[in-house]
Design a protein around this ligand. Structure first.
Ligand code: FAD
Length: 509
């Protein structure tokens, strides 16, 4: 199946592997493909005019990672900055990866994929993309590597609030923030309390007259200095950067593992520790956690919002930021009124209300002329789908760094492609095994595992999950790092060229 990129007609380009999206997943996947399957041609199709995905889309003040870059960075490229990085620093890092590995010539920017169709007669995907000039471009490929992220980059989630037409100030969603907006001396209201709010509120507070956070319910915050002592010590000792990267990643992953288990086993003790950090960073022993900073869910059911140097809490103590925990009733001419009757005046209202989940970048898929309804498919380990051949989807972790899974799936896909070469197979797919029939199927993720609103709103578009490790994305890096590299590619959940793999061949597809 290895062929060089060829023109299979004047307007059809054939490529072995087509990667969708030049975000952190797409660039990482390209690196692994080049390294581990150098015989395959590939291209990345990206609808934007540049790389970066999430880190290019979001331009609100202070935009930064929530994860440390030792684990959010790739395993193959040491991170040398502070653990929490700005979007610009992440883009610079990605730019270096592209440059150092000669990935740039493979990326086709400004290509919005509008359709993907699989044909079992040719064992090829046909992918249609449009460019801004209105031209349509057709690609065929043997394998699709879907790295398009999980949310709509163009239409963020904006609740249908009453009275917005009355409001005389500026209402903007954080995802659509124009960095040229001058907010010096302005009264700002941020609606929302998740990671975006945690980032943008202290950043606004530096120049704004005042910032109010209106939240329906509070979030857990994890305050910490933006440094890693182990990395600093190793650097001072002259240890080389690749070793520092490896060691610090291992240390952070271990610490996160301990933290995740503690959140489940002793959530109250964890909350006490989080509160102690707030007291330490603000110097305020009697910092009032009730009612605005005492969440209703257990820690880790949603991402902990990182809070470098306790910035949001320090801004609260300094009087630059205040919180209101209530539901919005209506917009008014000058701001909003809550159901509890609180009037909040604001020159600028920023909705930090999250995403609209978008399955497969909104691309319509067909298999042999039949539209794919993702909700009717069953998801193999959060990466392949029953009934959809030659395709892998990169969906990272919510609790651990996303990129850990990009590296892990990079190895998996390359092993799979090389295995197909060895077998001479042109088509691979997953299918339920005998023992999986009658397996209970559920929503893609359990509501009590991880339940941010965008995911709950979008579950109806997501694939189904079974109750066995093979048929779920368990969001558990620590389990998967043992299981996924050991995947038996001859396991009977795999079908090659329509024939079930495995020693005991019980049925053909
Ligand atoms: C503000 C913010 C902060 C975050 N911080 C963290 C963090 O600290 N740690 C963490 O683990 N996760 C974080 N996340 C989650 C984050 O989205 C992922 O970690 C990661 O960046 C996703 O990368 P990706 O490449 O998979 O997808 P994206 O970054 O979404 O990139 C997908 C790319 O695919 C392109 N694309 C989509 N559809 C099409 C199409 N039809 N045709 C062509 N191209 C298409 C898009 O233009 C985009 O460039 C954060 C998310 C946000 C929004």
């Amino acid at each position: 199946m290895a062929t060089a990129a060829v023109q299979a007609g004047s307007d059809v380009t054939h490529i072995d592997v087509l990667i969708v999206g030049a975000g952190i997943s797409g660039i990482g996947s390209a690196y692994h493909l080049q390294e581990q399957c150098p015989q395959r041609s590939y291209a990345i199709l990206e609808m934007k005019d540049t790389f970066g995905g999430t880190w290019e889309t979001h331009k609100y003040p202070g935009v930064r990672s929530d994860s440390d870059l030792y684990t959010f960075g790739y395993r193959f490229k040491p991170w040398v900055g502070t653990p929490i990085a700005s979007a610009d620093e992440i883009l610079k890092y990605m730019g270096e990866v592209i440059e150092e590995n000669g990935i740039a010539p493979h990326i086709r920017y400004g290509h919005r994929i509008t359709k993907a169709s699989w044909d079992s007669k040719t064992n090829l995907w046909t992918v249609e993309a449009s460019t801004r000039d209105g031209a349509s471009h057709i690609f065929t490929c043997n394998f699709l590597w879907m790295c398009q992220g999980y949310y709509d980059h163009e239409k963020p989630y904006m609740p249908d609030w009453p009275g917005t037409e009355r409001y005389k100030g500026q209402l903007v969603h954080a995802q659509l923030w124009d960095p040229k907006t001058d907010y010096t001396g302005k009264k700002i209201l941020v609606i929302g309390s998740g990671a975006t709010a945690a980032t943008v509120i202290p950043a606004f507070a530096e120049k704004a007259a005042h910032v109010t956070m209106l939240q329906r319910s509070p979030t857990y915050f994890y305050c910490s200095e933006n440094k890693n002592e182990l990395a600093d010590k190793l650097r001072a000792g002259g240890i080389d950067e690749p070793t520092i990267h490896r060691v610090v990643r291992a240390q952070i992953m271990h610490d996160q593992d301990v933290m995740t288990k503690r959140c489940i086993d002793e959530p109250d003790a964890v909350f006490e520790d989080l509160k102690a950090l707030v007291r330490a960073f603000t110097g305020k022993e009697d910092f009032p956690f009730e009612p605005h900073f005492t969440p209703k869910y257990r820690p880790w059911q949603q991402r902990l919002a990182f809070c470098p140097e306790g910035d949001i809490f320090r801004a609260v103590v300094e009087g630059k930021v205040s919180a209101v925990t209530d539901e919005l009733e209506t917009f008014t001419e000058t701001g909003v009124r809550t159901k509890g009757g609180v009037e909040i005046e604001a020159d600028i209202i920023v909705a930090a209300t999250g995403f609209n989940l978008l399955m497969m970048g909104g691309i319509p898929f067909e298999v042999d002329g039949q539209p794919v309804d993702w909700h009717e498919t069953i998801n193999y380990r959060g990466m392949m789908f029953t009934g959809v051949p030659n395709m892998v989807w990169v969906m990272g972790y919510f609790r651990a760094s996303w990129t850990l899974r990009v590296d892990m799936l990079g190895d998996f896909v390359c092993n799979l492609l090389n295995h197909m070469d060895q077998k001479g197979a042109k088509r691979v797919e997953v299918a339920l095994r005998e023992e999986d029939h009658n397996m209970p199927l559920g929503d893609w993720i359990e509501n009590d595992n991880f339940n941010p609103s965008y995911l709950m709103r979008g579950l109806k578009h997501m694939p189904k999950r079974g109750d066995k490790p093979e048929w779920r994305h368990n969001q558990d890096y620590w389990a998967e790092r043992g299981e996924i590299p050991k995947t038996d590619l001859e396991g009977s959940e795999f079908l090659y060229d329509g024939v079930r793999a495995g020693k005991k061949v019980t049925e053909a597809a």
